[in-house]
Design a protein around this ligand. Structure first.
Ligand code: PAF
Length: 279
């Protein structure tokens, strides 16, 4: 039975009791509209913690586009049923006033890894993520936090954040879960039309082909330019970025030699899709 908790005070009591019994608490921060990607995080948490908290909070502070916030799917009753099936102990689903009470005045900002790509195209996004994640870590007092690699840049931001602020939590990145045709699972995929859904896997397929060519010695700049053109030709209306970056620092990589990641954001219909793969 998954217990639904909405207040930080009630959560603190529950977690304190677990910790008195020496239990390790794992947390999976989400914004709900759960899919198999989230459930894989809950399973990883289940396997590596004694008690599991999944948080659902659609964080207004990380949406730079009010339309996107309005349209973000909210499916709490269905989410709860999925979490029950995964034997999650607590669903922490606070309201906006619990997270950002009257007078809230603090912003957490991570320089460097937050700046390019998502940071450049969604100004303020990572300040919102860093602030809410810091709050969720404080409210849950968890020892481990599980994040999907689909949001690769987010994982680097959160990893930097906990190091810099000495937050006693281990960040566990978990692999991206994909549909059979390669499309990375995302809560936003439900907003694709049937025709767009058929086009969407071209994003991952194109990146894979480019990554393979680069691994085989092709010039990254040329491959990225060709891949960008192929994504547009497939039916995407724009490619915001398609970059080859150092996997940890997210600095631009010109030639391979250290672990690198190819990252993309592209718009299909009304939906902005992001993805990344190792190169
Ligand atoms: O990845 C997400 O769903 C969100 O950015 C997170 C980490 C739950 C913070 O709101």
């Amino acid at each position: 039975m998954t217990e639904v908790i909405r207040s930080a005070a009630a959560l603190r009591d529950r977690v304190a009791a677990w910790k008195r019994s020496g239990m390790l608490v794992g947390v999976v921060p989400t914004m709900g509209a759960l899919h198999d990607g989230h459930l894989s995080l809950a399973r990883a948490a289940r396997g590596q913690s004694d008690r599991v908290i999944v948080t659902i909070f659609v964080n207004p502070m990380q949406f730079n586009n009010p339309e996107d916030l309005k349209k973000y799917p909210r499916t709490e009753a269905h989410d709860l049923a999925l979490l029950e099936a995964e034997k999650v102990d607590v669903l922490f689903a606070p309201g906006p006033d619990e997270v950002y009470p009257e007078g809230f005045a603090t912003k957490v900002s991570v320089a460097g890894v937050s700046a390019p790509m998502e940071g450049a195209f969604r100004p303020g996004h990572f300040d919102g993520v860093a602030t809410v994640v810091t709050k969720l870590f404080g409210m849950t007092q968890a020892g481990r936090a599980f994040f999907g690699e689909k949001d690769w840049q987010q994982v680097q931001v959160v990893t930097r954040l906990v190091r810099d602020l000495n937050i006693p939590i281990r960040i566990i990145p978990c692999p991206t879960i994909r549909e059979e045709d390669g499309l990375a699972m995302s809560s936003r995929n439900v907003r694709l039309t049937a025709a767009e859904r058929k086009v969407a896997p071209a994003l991952h397929a194109t990146m894979q082909a480019a990554a393979e060519a680069i691994r085989g010695g092709a010039e990254p700049g040329v491959e990225l330019a060709e891949a960008r053109a192929a994504i547009l030709a497939a039916g995407f209306s724009s490619v915001e970025y398609l970059d080859l970056r150092d996997a940890a620092t997210l600095e631009t990589v010109q030639t391979l030699g250290r672990p690198a990641r190819m990252l993309v954001a592209a718009v299909l219909g009304e939906v902005r899709l992001i993805d990344n793969i190792a190169v």
